[in-house]
Design a protein around this ligand. Structure first.
Ligand code: SER
Length: 337
């Protein structure tokens, strides 16, 4: 029997890397879903590819025929897009997640094996009240400052709780609670930087946009102030983190949602790193007031002690190695071709 794994948002930045990681492992049958058609080389990694909206019940019905052991629910509208289309964001980010959680529950009931539901959450769940409070807070823990000011942050924070509820409390008045149907787990990602793709619709996008622009010889006007600081991570570490959390024994986990962290540079520290590889780069600052306010509300850094202690999380790339060993050489190849 193949080990069926569902990946939603498979054509997105993270899905792109995840399909390759699963293909390298070669140990599962991936069912991929995306709003758009997958690129042929991505589709080639999959057992089945379905095109559609995760909040469409007809799509969920089609998916339900598979006995999924794991669901990586990556599909979402990110923070900038969600501010532009808040109702749509709520529908995709919340209703879409609820539909898939209920599907996971029914599959768990049918197969007798709890379905692992892997949820990518975000530093956008944090809402620091001021720049001074942000600087004073430093590395925030999972339970601090969970007062998001964006639709995306609110959607993700609620869905973290929804997933935990479905795993631990749903059916509490009517069912035998010793039987589990869903095993919900998630990580709060920092801004992710991929060498191979550029994100769309996020507010941490200034870092990947900067490096990809410069690598193409284009000037870049950064939409946040030079002193703006949030945590970032190289994409391979992000993909590995959520896959390692999936594989961790349930008995070692003390929470359902974990912070993960790697490096937390200011925008000007990112620019300096880019300039050291591309000395002729033209990087300027043109802060966008509203997007700046969103990033200012996110934590300066995340405390990932729980992930380190419970499932041995450790980033492979720090800031220097992320740039020098992963980003710069790979991006050079991408644009050379
Ligand atoms: N990268 C996301 C965004 O900018 C944050 O998790 O929306």
């Amino acid at each position: 029997m193949p080990r069926f794994t569902l990946v939603t948002g498979a054509g997105g930045e993270m899905g792109h890397s995840m399909l390759e990681a699963f293909a390298q492992r070669g140990d599962r049958a991936v069912v991929a879903v995306d709003l758009s058609a997958l690129q042929p080389e991505q589709a080639a990694h999959c057992h089945t590819v379905l095109q559609g909206d995760v909040s469409d019940p007809a799509l969920v019905q089609q998916l339900e025929q598979f006995d999924f052991e794991e669901i990586y629910h990556l599909a979402a509208l990110l923070s900038t897009s969600a501010e532009k289309f808040p109702e749509k964001a709520h529908n995709v980010n919340v209703n879409g997640t609820m539909g898939l959680l209920m599907m996971a529950r029914r599959i768990g009931q049918r197969t007798g094996t709890p379905v692992k539901f892997l949820f990518p959450s975000t530093i956008a769940v944090y809402g620091l009240p001021s720049i001074a409070a942000k600087a004073a807070a430093g590395r925030v823990t999972e339970t601090q400052f969970c007062e998001p000011i964006t639709m995306y942050g609110i959607n993700k924070l609620y869905c973290e709780q929804l997933g935990s509820y479905v795993s631990d409390h749903m059916g509490q008045l009517t069912e035998d609670m010793s039987v589990k149907y869903v095993d919900f787990r998630g990580v709060r990602f920092p801004g992710l930087i991929s060498a191979f793709t550029v994100p769309t619709g996020g507010t941490s996008d200034y870092a990947p946009e900067m490096i990809h622009a410069v690598a193409q010889g284009k000037p870049y006007a950064c939409f946040v102030r030079p002193d703006t600081r949030i945590p970032f991570m190289a994409m391979p570490d992000g993909v590995r983190a959520i896959m390692e959390l999936a594989d961790a024994p349930a008995t070692s986990l003390t929470r359902r949602m974990y912070n993960i962290a790697a490096f937390a540079p200011s925008a000007e520290e990112i620019a300096a790193q880019v300039m050291s590889a591309y000395p002729d780069a033209v990087i300027t600052y043109a802060p966008h007031e509203r997007r700046q306010a969103i990033v200012d509300s996110w934590c300066a850094d995340a405390n990932d002690d729980a992930a380190r202690a419970d499932w041995g999380w450790k980033p492979f790339y720090d800031m220097d190695t992320a740039f020098n060993d992963y980003l710069i050489p790979n991006i050079a190849n991408v644009y050379a071709g």
